[in-house]
Design a protein around this ligand. Structure first.
Ligand code: HPA
Ligand code: ZN
Length: 331
């Protein structure tokens, strides 16, 4: 099964590129940039990764990215992940990035965009991978700030496949960002949002009705509201589920408690994703394997999930067809 899951052409739709920063690269970049880390070894960093919830993770996540300063750093970060993902049979990666987290540290958007763009071209050329870029707004910061970031990103609008919404969910409903997402819509930029990870089902409904998103990131708490589940099914809304993330952030206690089988049984369209692989104990292949171990899913189920990811990815018609063919060959 491991061999099959590795060969399966996997499209990843929910990844925070800053959350792919492995401790080894964190230390290398800290040295290169003269940044002091509050750890004395790679092992010390790894053993600090014990989280009680989303908030306790975000603290270390924002601290970890302090080593990212130049375009070269962002390039190295993304290439390090693309190479690892390629080795696990990932053929397409859609990466969220958090401009506000960098701007707050005095790192300009130009450096982030230059580094990520360079890495995207390199991944396509050298690894045959396709990639997409999702500019995420931090929902625990003011909506006015998000609007400023969106406007200041004008030189890069063409390069954005979508805007997203992440960071601490509770108390920061999608309704806070109506104007920002309306502006993105006016600009012709597609929209996605994290909702129903730690926040209530109502946030999922708001994301759909008020932000007009085309996918929901996480969304697992929809199960608390049967009407919402029926709506998600009827409208074919895709949820980008991150099983190992949900265990690490205690959204669920253990993999065998994860609601993936119920979500699938309810007829929802789902994809499997790694979220923040450096922090949550594994990449795409580990997430697929964890589902196999916990639920005993057959090849057919994984083919279905991989197919949904290809269907709902931000891809050209040509590339989508190519990936559907690869999937058919693998099956
Ligand atoms: N949830 C919300 N915000 C995030 C996450 C997450 O899992 N990772 C990085 N930002
Ligand atoms: Zn996420």
């Amino acid at each position: 099964m491991r061999d099959f899951l590795k060969r399966l052409p996997k499209a990843e739709l929910h990844l925070h590129i800053e959350g792919s920063l492995e401790p080894e690269l964190m230390f290398a970049l800290a040295r290169r940039n003269g940044v002091t880390l509050p750890y004395d070894s790679v092992e010390a960093v790894r053993s600090a990764y014990e989280f009680d919830d989303l908030t306790s993770f975000l603290e270390l996540y924002y601290q970890g990215m302090s080593v990212l300063r130049t375009a070269e750093d962002f390039h190295d970060l993304a290439m390090d992940y693309f190479r690892r993902a390629h080795g696990e049979g990932v053929v397409h990666v859609e990466m969220h990035f958090d401009p506000q987290a960098h701007l707050a540290r005095g790192i300009e958007l130009d450096a982030v965009m230059e580094g990520l763009s360079l890495a995207r071209r390199e991944a396509e050329r050298e690894l045959g991978m396709s990639t997409a870029l999702i500019m995420a707004f931090l929902r625990d910061r003011p909506a006015e700030e998000a609007m400023k970031v969106l406007e200041s990103a004008a030189p890069y609008w063409e390069m954005l496949d979508a805007v997203g919404l992440d960071s601490a969910e509770r108390g920061h409903p999608p309704s806070k960002f109506i104007e920002v997402f309306q502006r993105a819509r006016m600009l012709g930029i597609p929209r996605v949002a994290h909702a129903g990870e730690e926040g209530p089902p109502e946030y999922i409904r708001e994301a759909l009705d008020l932000l007009d998103v085309c996918r929901i990131d996480h969304g697992v708490r929809c199960l608390e509201n049967p009407e919402l589940v029926a709506r998600l099914r009827d409208e074919g809304v895709v949820l980008t589920v991150c099983p190992l993330s949900n265990v690490r952030l205690k959204v669920v206690e253990r993999m065998t408690d994860h609601p993936l089988p119920q979500l699938l049984g309810a007829g929802l369209r789902l994809t499997l994703n790694s979220d923040d692989p450096a922090y949550f104990g594994g990449g795409m292949l580990d997430n697929f394997l964890a589902c196999h171990e916990a639920f005993g899913w057959s090849r057919e189920t994984f083919i279905q999930l991989a197919g949904t990811a290809i269907e709902s990815a931000f891809l050209s018609d040509k590339r989508r067809l190519e990936l559907h063919r690869q999937l058919a060959d693998c099956a």
